[in-house]
Design a protein. Structure first.
Length: 215
């Protein structure tokens, strides 16, 4: 009752002048574009690893239980940084060889490596294995592989990397690499007590590794 008689209260005029609003919106838009551009150009991507070749200088395995393997091999492994603006720093990188998930060489530590954008880096670690025990389950499989003439060895890479662009450096990521390498050691007599490769074998593989990075 009597409400219709009240005059509408004029809203207080807190309005901001339009040019200021457009100015702020324009500034935020440009800022957004800059951030988006930086994000798109910096979004780090993992490097690609490739086994170039493997030289097996010795391979000596006992043909009955306990299965013991001693092998030495030199692995040439390369890494390519495919990013055009971001450099990579590798730390605590270690390589070793496995057969059926069993480690058959010692770990080899690669030096701290700085890799520029688009750069190709090659390492040639010499992996040594003095008498690694092969499980009773894997032993007979290894004998079959040797009779067949080909052994699938996986070169494993474990380490850490961080990305750098300009003065900014990312946190460390863990790196895991998995590089299958089929090595063919020629005729090895598994009927003797020790199956021993007769000579040094060099394999050109150019086999890509599967690489994962994780925080
Ligand atoms: C193979 O290994 C066994 C045991 O370690 C050793 O006695 C033998 O001399 C080795 N053979 C060759 C050719 O290195």
């Amino acid at each position: 009752m009597g409400d219709e008689e009240k005059a509408p209260v004029p809203a207080p005029d807190f309005s901001i002048p339009k040019p200021v609003i457009y100015g702020v919106l324009g500034f935020l838009g440009v800022l957004g574009l800059v951030v988006l551009t930086i994000f798109l150009s910096l979004r780090p991507s993992k490097p690609s690893f490739t086994i170039q070749d493997i030289t097996v200088s010795s391979f000596n395995v006992s043909t009955s239980q306990p299965y013991r393997l001693s092998t030495n091999m030199q692995v040439t492994i390369s890494s390519r940084n495919t990013m055009s603006r971001v450099a990579i720093i590798y730390r605590e990188m270690e390589l070793y060889a496995t057969y059926r998930n069993e480690q058959i060489t010692f770990r080899y530590s690669l030096p701290l490596t700085y890799q520029e954008h688009n750069e190709f880096v090659v390492w040639s670690p010499y992996l040594e294995g003095h008498v690694a025990a092969i499980s009773p389950i894997s032993g007979p499989v290894l004998m079959q592989d040797l009779n067949y003439g080909a052994v699938l060895v996986i070169i494993k890479i474990e380490g850490r990397l961080k990305f750098r662009v300009g003065g900014w450096t990312s946190a460390y990521y863990r790196l895991y690499g998995h590089c299958p390498a089929m090595i063919q050691l020629g005729d090895m007599d598994t009927k003797k007590d020790f199956a021993v490769s007769a000579k040094e074998f060099k394999f050109l593989l150019v086999q890509n590794c599967h690489v994962e990075i994780a925080r």
